[in-house]
Write a protein that binds this ligand. Structure first.
Ligand SMILES: *Cc1c(COP(=O)(O)O)cnc(C)c1O
Length: 420
């Protein structure tokens, strides 16, 4: 058995310690020795075995190929960052001028260029602010506008986002009372008017981003709510700044402001296609009050988020936009090329992709992919990088809509490897 200290002194494993730290390399060495003990590796190949077991980075987070056909998959980190955003994150990773003016050498407003990019993208907003996520944006708005007061909200909009995260519970945690109005399927302007009074902090309009109510329904638009008096806060969820023709049911920030919302909250990592963040846009005085509240400090975003958000707003179209707009013909061509290459192991199939929990419930995006033996699922998940598909009709389908074209090669190699 090769000794641990001898293996660690090997030049390649020594270089790996510089990159990954001693702990991770030692763990890989221990696993390699175990493989030798079990007769799975030759003692002479122990160093190679350890090198093969090293993680790509010093973080346990692994990049994966999202072949689920769900563009925004919360379990898979929602929106992928664009190359421009990744470059901006990397450039901001060291010391940066995030709160420093390089011209006069004085302290400057934190993240001012990112905030300027957001304000420029939505001229309808009097001011903008960015916090950790949309949940944080709602907590901040509630704390500033409705602590000790009531939030008037329709019973049809008491949303659970996922993983037990319930919006009503979040709001109540900020010391306000919920004044529920209407019914699950129908709420009228009169319902809101009757509930509003001196105790009203604001009226909350929540976009149902992961379900739909159909049939005998009615809801009240932001325009109408804005006539009642109290400020209207609109949680649009998805983060679309402008309307997206492919998703006509999804509200956008600019539209909500034009209709009279005093404040709009949204996520950065859903349809905007950027990093996790909570966007707050609206009346100048109101946003200023949010910004100055002590809680704002606890919810503030770091320099990496600011960098990624600005590059998403200013840079080329984010990856998510490309996935959303890829033509089905192009996807079919890619699926057929993959199927030809993989022969009997795969068949090109038409599929239906979805936006996912981040928006546009019920919207079907025609797509294409390959179907392979469902027993390959676990092996594809353990491939490097892991390839994640979905099981449909007894087969594993690898949908290409959320897959970058240059990852097709990875999928082919992963299937070939898993079929061995
Ligand atoms: C996703 C979503 C949230 C939560 O947003 P996070 O950025 O995950 O905190 C809140 N409200 C709506 C309507 C949503 O769609």
């Amino acid at each position: 058995m090769p000794r641990t200290d001898v293996m660690l002194a090997d030049s390649q494993l020594a270089a790996a310690q510089e990159k990954l730290g001693r702990g991770l390399v030692k763990a890989a060495v221990a696993s390699a020795q175990q493989r030798v003990r079990e007769g799975l590796a030759d003692p002479d190949d122990a160093v190679d075995a350890a090198l093969a077991l090293l993680p790509a980075t010093a973080s346990g987070l692994k990049g994966v190929v999202n072949a689920t056909g769900v563009l925004l998959h919360t379990n898979l980190g929602r929106a992928p960052l664009s190359a421009a955003a990744v470059a901006a994150v990397s450039a901001a990773a060291g010391y940066t001028d995030v709160e420093f003016d390089l011209v006069d050498g004085q302290r400057a407003r934190r993240g001012r260029t990112a905030l300027a990019a957001l304000a420029q993208a939505v001229p309808e907003a009097g001011a903008v602010h960015v916090v950790n996520n949309n949940a944080a944006a709602l907590v901040l708005a509630t704390t500033v506008l409705a602590a000790g007061k009531e939030i008037v909200i329709s019973r049809g909009e008491l949303v659970e986002i996922g993983d037990g995260f319930r919006l009503p519970e979040l709001l109540e945690s900020a010391r306000c009372r919920l004044r529920e109005v209407g019914t699950t399927n129908r709420t009228t302007l009169r319902d809101y008017q009757n509930a509003c009074g001196p105790d009203t902090g604001f009226i909350l309009k929540v976009h149902p981003s992961n379900y739909r109510i159909e049939g005998f329904t009615s809801e009240v638009s932001i325009d109408e709510l804005a006539t009642i008096g109290p400020p209207v806060v609109a949680d649009i969820g998805s983060g679309l700044l402008r309307p997206e023709p492919l998703l006509p049911g999804e509200p956008d920030v600019a539209g909500a402001l034009r209709r009279g919302a005093a404040l709009v909250t949204a996520s950065g990592d859903k349809l905007l296609g950027g990093p996790q963040a909570g966007l707050l846009l609206g009346d100048e005085d109101l946003v200023e009050r949010l910004r100055r509240h002590p809680l704002a400090r606890a919810l503030r975003v770091d320099k990496l988020t600011l960098a990624a958000l600005e590059a998403t707003l200013r840079g080329p179209r984010p990856t998510l936009h490309r996935s959303l707009h890829a033509s089905v013909g192009e996807l079919r061509g890619r699926a057929e090329r993959l199927a030809r290459r993989l022969g009997s192991r795969a068949e090109a199939v038409p599929t239906i992709a979805r936006v996912g929990g981040g928006g546009a419930p019920g919207v079907e995006l025609p797509s294409a992919g390959i179907a392979v033996d469902e027993n390959l699922a676990a092996r594809l998940r353990s491939y490097d990088p892991p390839v994640i598909g979905r099981i449909t009709g007894g087969r594993l389908v690898l949908d290409l809509r959320a897959v970058e074209p240059d990852q097709d090669e990875v999928i082919a190699a992963a299937v070939e490897h898993s079929c061995r």
